[in-house]
Design a protein around this ligand. Structure first.
Ligand SMILES: Cc1cc2nc3c(=O)[nH]c(=O)nc-3n(C[C@H](O)[C@H](O)[C@H](O)COP(=O)(O)OP(=O)(O)OC[C@H]3O[C@@H](n4cnc5c(N)ncnc54)[C@H](O)[C@@H]3O)c2cc1C
Length: 488
């Protein structure tokens, strides 16, 4: 089998490989899928090389920030599918769902005691980098983090990029090389791994594997868990199968209209892939591979002009290129920020011009000031904003164009830009299925000037930050049906 490129592998600790270990352990925490996964591929590769079986541990803790019925159900649905697809494979899959805060503690360390090495996912945001660093400090065996985040490996860049244009230019120069380095579609196919081991009875007693009932994420199951039950499950189901369905529906029925109608909330022509990409149920390499096939694309079609133009470089159709600019340039720009800046979600990370203009207008009177509770419940005087907030609260999703407006209005209605930032993060991370993602923070901080430039005329509160109004949005896009559907 083709090897995982070195550019995807990060050694997180200095502990040695344990040759005499009983198995290779893959600690699945971000790329929660069994196909198109560099991390699973690396675990299989090492297990084959060492002639050891493979154990896959996919845990779900209950005490992570914003744990709720919505997020738990989506993750559990993905775990149920992983359990099904690994059941017939030469792997021991151990899905662990923590019943009470703290009970999962010690599981990784215990399993790692008998492992040759631990392979995990490299993900640059939310609590994951801290969790992996803490594990690395405790493990007495080598821990490798595998980067399966984007078409571009995170460390192919060596700094964060201030604009999408600058990042696009960089991508156009370096990406061709990485477009030849795809993960294998099914890393477990055709392999000859030794028979999976049995976990010790003591491990199974203390940390039992989740059975079908638990993974079905029924209302009754969720009700037993110490998580936020006020954030209800979303209509969208989790898991790779649903994610791939969304991808194919998009390619077949929506892509052709994407460049013209993607800003229309009622048109529903965007892919709806962000929750699946966020939880690792779908991989951007698969998205790219299927898009390339649909477009009849091959690498020799890449254009020679690497000056950062939005269209023309990929050598695909207009709609496909518009989509790639989102799913590659904009998406990976957010990952680039989180890789190089620990303060990626902080006000201090805004460009200097944006902080200056926001501070100059900090004392400006607000036309109306809503409390956090009023905003959360969608109780403002603006029907379009309320509807957007209700879509977020009820369904865990929000159309990109409305998301921009949503954030800009929060800036206008809260006492300070710092309050606006906190409010946006609190709502988005709590309700959005795709929240807690590098692109949560790039989208939210974009509303406050990140990746943007100064705009005139200078206005109260916003200063030189790009302005959007709901009246303008309502004029520009069709929203009548939307307003009815998401009435508070
Ligand atoms: C205030 C605000 C908050 C946001 N919060 C999130 C978030 O929590 N999680 C999240 O993934 N995105 C976020 N975005 C970006 C964007 O709104 C979503 O990625 C997009 O709406 C997801 O819908 P889709 O999958 O149908 O997108 P499509 O248009 O089909 O795009 C395909 C993929 O490209 C990526 N993408 C699309 N638009 C953007 C963008 N503007 N920036 C970065 N990546 C993009 C996403 O991964 C998306 O799934 C936010 C934007 C704003 C303005």
């Amino acid at each position: 089998m083709q090897k995982v490129p070195i550019s995807r592998i990060r050694e997180v600790n200095l502990a040695p490989l344990r040759q005499e270990g009983g198995y290779v352990l893959y600690w699945m925490i971000a790329s929660r899928r069994t196909r198109w996964s560099f991390a699973l591929q690396r675990a299989v590769e090492m297990a084959t090389e060492l002639n050891r079986p493979l154990v896959v541990l996919e845990p779900l803790r209950c005490c992570y920030p914003y744990a709720s019925d919505r997020l738990h159900a989506f993750i559990l649905q993905g775990m149920a599918e992983n359990a099904r697809s690994l059941a017939a494979r030469q792997v021991l899959y151990h899905p662990y769902v923590e019943p009470e805060a703290g009970e999962g503690k010690g599981l990784l360390l215990t399993l790692a005691e008998r492992a040759c090495l631990v392979v995990t996912d490299d993900y640059p945001a939310f609590f994951l980098p801290r969790m992996v660093a803490a594990a690395a400090a405790k493990l007495a065996v080598r821990l490798e983090a595998i980067d399966g985040n984007g078409l571009l490996p995170l460390h192919a860049a060596d700094h964060d990029y201030p604009t999408a244009y600058a990042f696009r230019r960089f991508l156009q120069k370096v990406l061709p090389k990485y477009l030849l380095e795809f993960p294998v579609e099914d890393p477990l196919q055709g392999g000859t791994l030794p028979d999976p081991p049995k976990l010790p009875a003591e491990v199974l007693r203390r940390w039992p594997g989740a059975g079908k009932e638990l993974l079905a994420a029924s209302r009754r199951v969720l009700a037993r868990m110490p998580i936020d039950h006020s954030v209800h499950t979303a209509p969208a189901r989790g898991g790779s199968r649903e994610g791939v369905k969304a991808l194919r529906r998009f390619l077949e029925k929506r892509l052709a209209r994407y460049s013209e109608e993607r800003n229309e909330p009622e048109a529903e022509v965007t892919s709806g892939l962000s929750p699946y990409l966020h939880f690792g149920h779908v991989y951007v390499h698969q998205v790219f591979a299927e898009l390339a096939e649909a477009e009849g694309w091959s690498p020799d079609l890449l254009g020679p002009d690497t000056r950062g133009k939005r269209t023309g470089w990929w050598g695909m159709g207009v709609a496909a290129e518009a989509f790639l600019d989102q799913v590659v340039t904009w998406r990976e720009l957010g990952f680039n920020m989180c890789t190089f800046r620990d303060d990626y979600a902080a006000y201090a990370s805004l460009p200097e011009w944006a902080r200056r203009t926001l501070e100059e207008h900090r004392g400006d009177p607000r036309p109306v000031a809503y409390t956090r509770q009023e905003l959360e419940a969608g109780k403002t005087r603006y029907p379009l904003w309320n509807a957007a907030q209700m879509q977020l609260v009820r369904e865990g999703r929000l159309h990109n164009y409305l998301r921009m407006l949503w954030g800009k209005k929060i800036l206008e209605w809260t006492p300070s830009p710092q309050d606006a930032l906190e409010t946006m993060i609190a709502f988005n991370d709590r309700y959005a299925l795709d929240g807690r993602d590098p692109n949560s923070y790039s989208g939210i901080l974009w509303c406050l000037g990140r990746y943007d430039r100064a705009w005139g005329p200078e206005r109260p509160i916003f200063g030189k930050i790009r302005y959007m109004s709901s009246e303008n949005t309502a004029r520009k896009v069709r929203v009548k049906g939307y307003l009815e559907k998401y009435r508070p």
